[in-house]
Ligand binder design. Structure first.
Ligand code: SF4
Ligand code: SF4
Length: 447
């Protein structure tokens, strides 16, 4: 079942001990339900939602607790039933003052009334996108882009292919792999719902060839489903990048400053497809997700957790640290290439958090940067065709204009250049900082 379908550039961090997937690959998903959840209002790309509950309110499972703000806005829902015990700012992974609603679970799991549309093949196609928005669905592969906005096809645009990203090319993570094995039919249902919403005839489920069991499971689930095919891809990082997937699957290049829809494609993560199916078939909002918990924990696992579960609960549920706590170097949300270090272990899981990895002090040590030796390896590794070596100088010099001209905004912050650099240059960190700066300037300009 191996494949030679791939893209230009990229790296191979997924070999041998670096891969980090072995401890959880065979771990079936199990449920963990927290006593208290802290649900962030800003779990999606776009303005954070506005809390619409108060301390002391009793909320039901799936009840809206945050109202959408602006074009990219999404509602936020209670992930447990119980009492609201706090509304206010908390520390998230990337924001020291993120608005959140904290709910003490009464463990009744009492649902708010739901509005299911029913079978994805027969439900009214024009109600699918509104159902996805009402369910608060955003990209679950890490990008957290509001899903209904991806479906906003403008005048003159059209979509002819929907690609489901089952590559899971990031190190350590196996949550999508397990989802494809354990809930393959729901994933195909989500893809079919997305196809029907836009009248798209072709759906492709793209999976790296290091997951032959998932390829088989998805092929079985896709049998007899109109227009759906499964495509194995070569295992290479970042195979799951949107532009890379589109190129591999369709042969089309997404031009600089353009979006997938400009080449008639929409890309969704397999977890997002499952959330779409839940929203359409059952009317259920996005209140839980599978998260891989691995690294130095006693029992590495794939846990289905409610949104807002603290990372400390996940670690406890996995038997606690497998090394003395004083040897823990950092806890990262996500994998080694794109994850963010947690400022402390009480930060809550958001809709797009696909993993928690515990590193030892020795593993967490950042080696000193040294001067560039102009080896060009970063240029070969960049899947977007950027010149990371040159860009780093421009970004570190704060030269926004020239960094923009060198297309820093096209950088997908995949980390391939930093990974391959023999001088340990912190290339990706510089690009992320410059992208944030340029985006902030653009927002100021609009405001
Ligand atoms: S890989 Fe590192 S050392 Fe080599 S050219 Fe790029 S930045 Fe310089
Ligand atoms: S420049 Fe950006 S897109 Fe290119 S390899 Fe580095 S992080 Fe990835």
């Amino acid at each position: 079942m191996s494949s030679n379908r791939t893209f230009r550039g990229g790296v191979h961090p997924l070999h041998g001990s670096h891969e980090g997937k072995a401890p959880t690959r065979g771990e079936a998903v199990r449920d963990y339900i927290a006593q208290t959840v802290t649900i962030l209002m800003g779990m999606h790309l776009g303005a954070p939602s506005t809390p619409c509950v108060q301390v002391g309110d009793h909320v039901k499972l799936g009840q809206p607790i945050g109202e959408p703000v602006g074009f990219l806005g999404l509602p936020v829902h209670a992930s447990v039933s119980g009492e609201v015990v706090a509304v206010g700012p908390v520390q998230s992974v990337t924001n020291p003052s993120a608005m959140a609603v904290t709910i003490k679970n009464d463990f009744k799991d009492e649902w708010v009334p739901l509005n299911p549309l029913g079978d994805v093949e027969t439900c009214p196609a024009d109600q699918i996108v509104p159902a996805i928005k009402a369910a608060g669905v955003c990209g679950m592969g890490g990008a957290s882009f509001p899903t209904h906005v991806k479906f906003a096809v403008k005048e003159g645009q059209y979509c002819d292919t929907i690609i489901l990203n089952g590559a899971e090319c990031e190190t350590h993570l196996t949550c999508d792999h397990r989802l494809m094995l354990e809930d393959s039919k729901r994933i195909v249902d989500g893809l079919r719902a997305a196809m029907r919403a836009l009248g798209v005839k072709k759906g492709v489920i793209a999976i790296e060839d290091n997951k032959p069991d998932a390829i088989e499971a998805m092929r079985k689930a896709a049998q007899g489903r109109e227009g759906v095919e499964v495509m194995p891809l070569l295992t290479k990082y970042p195979q799951g990048g949107e532009k890379q997937l589109i190129h591999v699957v369709t042969g089309r290049e997404v031009p600089t400053k353009k979006l997938p829809l400009d080449v008639h494609v929409i890309v969704l993560n397999v977890g997002t497809a499952k959330a779409i199916a839940d929203a359409v078939i059952d009317g259920r909002p996005l209140i839980s997700r599978i998260t891989t918990v691995t690294g130095h924990v006693k029992k590495p696992s794939n846990l289905r957790v409610r949104v807002g579960t603290p990372v400390s609960d996940l670690i406890r549920e996995c038997g606690g640290y497998s090394i003395p706590e004083s040897d823990v170097g950092k806890v990262v949300m996500g994998g080694a290439m794109t994850g963010f270090p947690c400022p402390h272990d009480r930060v809550p899981v958001a809709k797009a958090n696909n993993g928690v990895v515990v590193y030892s002090q020795r593993e967490a040590v950042e080696l000193e940067e040294s001067p560039c030796i102009r080896c060009g390896r970063c240029i070969d590794a960049c899947p977007i065709g950027l010149n990371p070596c040159k860009l780093k100088y421009l970004c570190d010099a704060g030269d926004m204009k020239r960094a923009g001209e060198e297309n820093v905004m096209d950088c997908v912050v995949c980390g391939s250049c930093s990974y391959i650099c023999p001088a340990r240059r912190r290339l990706t960190t510089s690009f992320k900082a410059m992208k944030d700066k340029i985006a902030a300037e653009a927002r100021k300009g609009k405001g």
